[in-house]
Design a protein around this ligand. Structure first.
Ligand SMILES: NC(=O)c1ccc[n+]([C@@H]2O[C@H](COP(=O)([O-])OP(=O)(O)OC[C@H]3O[C@@H](n4cnc5c(N)ncnc54)[C@H](OP(=O)(O)O)[C@@H]3O)[C@@H](O)[C@H]2O)c1
Length: 265
């Protein structure tokens, strides 16, 4: 299994990568982010969790689409296929000036949407997933709310003093990183969330049909799943249907491709 953890140098992505390494016999795991120091420690930990796996760090600032393009080419040259793309790169940004990207797009929006990984970036991602699933029936798309997870996110956003105080105050409401890792690996590998093509194939689904989840479209297994951290469906069916009727999946897809073209040219 080849898995890419974009945002795997910390927090939710790091915990998911570590749990996956213990669950799979021969994992190939790419940790993608900017911090070489954090990645070295994580790669060492992964080797201790499962000595039979291959673990690599790829440096990439995903607020820069050109760098993402280069990264994709590098990975395509190295791997025949990618089985899991786990996207958690993100930050809490409070100041516009500091948070603008090279392309002039708000950093948080760039990290959570254009680089593909939350109200309107959340909805845009869900809607785009429907458009992508229609064209890529062999790929399953899961858009997950991870719950409140004890990670260095607040420290990264607020600095170590205020971030640590806030983390301590919020600790009773947060799940441990290791539990988040368990849920992430469950959602990423469960047969309850098949791709559109796979669920259309009755031979594959009949045996396990009762366990297949309802997709964002309201049908059992249709390739796009909007989930809580524990796999519960959180789709607002009425709202998604209104967006679909208004043609939003195509509009968002076209807008995204146009933005990519503008930035990359
Ligand atoms: N933790 C929660 O309770 C929670 C709840 C809901 C949603 N979320 C969202 O989930 C995402 C992950 O949260 P987390 O708690 O795991 O945060 P975290 O511990 O701060 O990890 C953030 C990850 O994103 C990477 N990253 C940030 N900017 C990047 C960039 N420009 N290029 C490449 N990688 C970048 C960081 O890597 P480098 O620093 O190495 O680049 C790091 O690996 C965030 O979007 C967060 O808002 C978190």
């Amino acid at each position: 299994m080849v898995a890419l953890f974009v945002g795997g140098t910390s927090g939710i992505g790091e915990h998911a990568a570590k749990r996956l390494a213990s669950a799979i016999k021969l994992p190939t795991i790419y940790i993608i982010g900017r911090s070489q120091t954090a990645s070295s420690v994580i790669i060492e930990d992964l080797g201790q969790i499962n000595a039979n796996g291959s673990y690599m760090f790829k440096h990439c600032d995903i607020s820069d689409l050109e760098l993402i393009d280069t990264l994709c080419k590098e990975i395509a040259a190295q791997e025949a296929a990618v089985d899991l793309l786990f996207l958690t790169a993100g930050a809490l940004s409070f100041g516009k000036q500091e948070s603008d990207t090279k392309a002039g797009i708000d950093l948080n929006h760039m990290l959570r949407y254009y680089s593909l990984s939350n109200s309107y970036p959340v909805t845009m991602t869900s809607v785009l997933f429907e458009a992508l699933a229609a064209k890529n029936p062999t790929i399953s798309f899961i858009h997950e709310f991870p719950g409140f997870v004890a990670t260095p996110l607040l420290k990264h956003a607020l600095g170590s003093v205020i971030g640590s105080i806030m983390s301590v105050l919020m600790k009773p409401m947060m799940m441990a990183g290791s539990e988040s890792g368990e849920w992430s690996v469950f959602l990423s590998t469960s047969s309850s969330f098949p791709s559109k093509g796979r669920s259309a194939n009755k031979e594959n689904t009949s045996r396990k049909e009762s366990r297949i989840a309802q997709s964002s479209i309201g049908r059992v297994g249709d390739g796009v799943y909007l989930l809580n951290y524990n796999g519960n469906d959180v789709t607002n069916q009425r709202f998604m249907e209104q967006l679909r009727v208004a043609g939003f999946p195509l509009i968002v897809e076209k807008h995204t491709l146009k933005t990519y073209r503008v930035i990359l040219s």
